[in-house]
Unconditional design. Structure first.
Length: 315
């Protein structure tokens, strides 16, 4: 977890088992605020147009080999200019030595130098993946997130309508709870939203009249899950005789969350309706749609063919 201020550099050092070759005076305050990292090959050759100093900079075997062929004074000039941009840190892959010119300029500009045992491509891809997740756009929505047959269902609706009670019934039927009451939603890419629970609320669910229960301890660890992709938003509403509801399922309803269009259906409820069974059917139906099968379209086509056939016989 991280906040909008970025990922602490010390956290990345711990997670990726980096070693500190030189520690800057602000080492414990440095935060990485952009998700991309760079290999400054062109910058070592003196080209700094479009240079992104907010990124972590990584030197691999190619860059270090190039530097070793240069005179010491030229290396000093290169690192003097590179570090003048006040980058978050320089990481050297394959556990290679930073070199005296690099360390000299790091001390001059107070830049952290790190080393790692991994290959350059591995540390680059791993850092980008980690930073993209940590720095993804995030919002918190009121609702309940459950994993039903592998589909992430985000249940929304007014307070007291029965979202938590439906979640408990689903848990009893073998499905899993991700979050109750507050759902933290991250945008991983242009089509994917990931939902999880705030740390303080994880594994807990509130049932009016009973209070707060710990789902993991009451139903077992198999009843909870840390995070899940949000595949379908289900808006639960009270039944109204004055409202027209989609009876065939042909309407393509979508809701915008962080710029991602997520499929949405509206389920009206009345006393006696088994909401958990309806939610299971909704999850399986959504899964079928993603696999290319739409029962509503098939049913409509059959009716149209039947009508056309009968009209042909009449003529």
């Amino acid at each position: 977890m991280t906040d909008v201020c970025g990922v602490p550099l010390t956290q990345l050092v711990q997670e990726f088992k980096l070693t500190v070759a030189y520690e800057s005076s602000d080492y414990h305050q440095i935060r990485v605020t952009v998700e991309d990292v760079s290999r400054p090959g062109l910058q070592l050759a003196g080209y700094f147009d479009h240079f992104e100093p907010m990124r972590l900079q990584i030197l691999g075997n190619v860059e270090i080999s190039y530097l070793h062929k240069l005179p010491y004074e030229q290396q000093r000039v290169i690192f003097d200019r590179l570090f003048s941009y006040k980058i978050p840190a320089l990481i050297i892959a394959r556990d290679m030595e930073p070199g005296s010119a690099c360390l000299e300029m790091a001390r001059k500009h107070d830049i952290t130098i790190l080393r790692c045992m991994e290959t350059t491509s591995y540390i680059v891809s791993s850092l980008i993946s980690r930073l993209k997740t940590a720095l993804a756009p995030k919002i918190t929505r009121h609702g309940v997130l459950v994993d039903v047959y592998g589909e992430g269902l985000l249940l929304v609706g007014e307070s007291g309508i029965g979202k938590s009670e439906a979640a408990v019934e689903l848990i009893k039927r073998g499905h899993r709870l991700i979050a109750d009451d507050a759902v933290e939603i991250k945008k991983l890419d242009s089509n994917t939203l990931m939902g999880t629970a705030p740390g303080l609320l994880r594994n807990y669910i509130e049932l009016r009249g009973i209070g707060v229960i710990n789902v993991a301890k009451l139903f077992g660890m198999g009843a909870v899950k840390g995070e899940n992709v949000i595949d379908l938003v289900i808006n639960i509403v009270h039944w109204s005789n004055h409202q027209v509801y989609d009876r065939l399922g042909l309407e393509d309803q979508r809701v915008d969350i962080l710029g991602v269009k997520v499929p949405q259906i509206t389920i009206p409820i009345t006393p006696g309706r088994n909401l958990a069974v309806i939610l299971e059917a909704a999850a399986m139906n959504n899964r079928q749609k993603k696999m290319g099968y739409n029962a509503a379209v098939e049913f409509t086509e059959q009716i149209n063919n039947h009508i056309n056939h009968n009209m042909g016989q009449n003529f």
